[in-house]
Write a protein that binds this ligand. Structure first.
Ligand SMILES: *Cc1c(COP(=O)(O)O)cnc(C)c1O
Length: 402
């Protein structure tokens, strides 16, 4: 089949839930992808912050196939070694004491929401089940998580949504003070909002959130599904702030492309989950946990965090260089290799022009270009994109500027 035929076939047989670019990818290596016409692209999307160690990572592939030849699955009625090892690795490197494994980000957040509510139920505080979440947050597409998402567009047409979510402005501590009531069990936030346009929490804000949660006995949940596993130059974004949560959710990059999610919690909080409280058939199977363990080991073995900090800083200075040269660039922000560039014009034409030139980038909140490449991206690859954007932004200022 030709390229067009696959795209036409997809149009006939797939649920039409995604706005897709007309590219059929066939293979990848590192930060490079190849489509079925043989055209190569440099990837600054990484499957939306998923393939942090690059495409077709040979170490992860080896861990995966080694485990696949021994055991795929036995169910959580029994123990398997990779699951325990992965949990131990995560616990040793985070604030958390316990881990619940699942298969996606939304499921990790579902577990967090259930655990938060169960904590207060168990203490007899049956009126404390509301959760304060942030405007422009994104937490997933299941019923609970879309109810927790501060963007109207994900809820439209699906009401009635799950009850009990209140929304306040991100980075506004007074709004949060107003938002937390005697019925609140938890505050849920992303340390750096991803889908919300790459917006970092202010350090003072996050410290104040922690203090407010402590004073009111409210559970603090970080959604680190996008920011976790090295994306920001630390294993978890909260480490930049020195402000720990009570519960944290992970997914995206944990399996470098294999479906795995995790909810981490402190001992005293996790006690509310007892046998029968919560479950997932596929949660933490030997195959995905063996692969995720290799992901975490590679991050340490190859000093991926140090490399991410250095490349991220370089990338950011290059984006700031673009800002100085182009009036339509309003803001450059982000941390590590989670960077955003806000434009005064819609970003979609820029994304398409980049694709045409062999660079994958994406756009959030209509005006913010987002750069979330594999963490192994090189300076030369960054320079390539910057050169491409320099041309495109020049054209865009002539053609699309208001
Ligand atoms: C992607 C994402 C989710 C949802 O993860 P899925 O695996 O798509 O369910 C939740 N929260 C954040 C911050 C995300 O970036």
């Amino acid at each position: 089949m030709t390229d067009t035929n696959w795209i036409d076939a997809a149009g006939r047989v797939l649920a039409d839930t995604y706005k897709r670019f007309p590219v059929v990818f066939e293979s990848g290596r590192g930060a490079t992808l190849t489509d079925n016409q043989g055209k190569q692209y440099t990837d600054f999307v990484a499957g939306i912050a998923v393939c942090n160690l690059g495409h077709a990572n040979s170490g992860v592939a080896a861990a995966l196939s080694h485990q696949a030849e021994r055991l795929f699955h036995v169910s959580n009625l029994f123990y398997t070694m990779p699951q325990v090892e992965l949990a131990r690795h995560l616990v040793d490197r985070s604030f958390a004491d316990r881990v619940f494994f699942c298969n996606s980000g939304a499921e990790a957040n579902e577990a967090a929401i259930k655990l938060a509510r169960k904590n207060f139920f168990d203490r007899g505080q049956h009126n404390r089940w509301r959760i304060v979440a942030m405007d422009l947050s994104f937490h997933g597409r299941t019923y609970a998580t879309l109810s927790a998402t501060g963007q109207k567009r994900v809820r439209e047409g699906f009401e009635p949504i799950l009850e009990g979510f209140d929304f306040v402005d991100f980075n506004d501590i007074d709004a949060l003070k107003q938002g937390i009531t005697e019925n609140t069990c938890a505050v849920l936030l992303e340390p750096v909002q991803g889908e919300g346009g790459v917006v970092c929490a202010d350090p003072d804000y996050l410290r104040a959130v922690r203090k407010l949660c402590d004073e009111t006995g409210t559970i603090l949940i970080y959604d680190e599904i996008q920011t976790g596993i090295g994306r920001t130059g630390r294993l978890f974004a909260y480490e930049h702030y020195g402000v720990e949560p009570d519960i944290m959710t992970l997914a995206k990059a944990l399996g470098n492309g294999l479906p795995i999610g995790a909810m981490l919690a402190r001992e005293d909080i996790c006690r509310a989950f007892t046998p029968g409280s919560h479950a997932s058939t596929f949660g933490g199977t030997p195959v995905v946990t063996a692969a995720a363990l290799e992901v975490l080991r590679q991050i340490e073995r190859n000093d991926i965090l140090g490399y991410t900090c250095k490349t991220g800083e370089y990338f950011k200075t290059r984006l700031q260089w673009l800002k100085e040269r182009h009036d339509i660039v309003e803001d450059v922000r982000g941390i590590g290799l989670m960077l955003g560039m806000r434009l005064s014009v819609p970003g979609a034409p820029v994304v398409s022009a980049c694709l045409e030139s062999g660079y994958l980038i994406n756009c959030t909140q209509e005006y913010t270009l987002r750069f979330i490449p594999p963490l192994i991206i090189t300076r030369e690859q960054v320079d390539g994109l910057i050169g491409c954007l320099d041309e495109i932004l020049g054209d865009a200022a002539g053609g699309v500027a208001k």
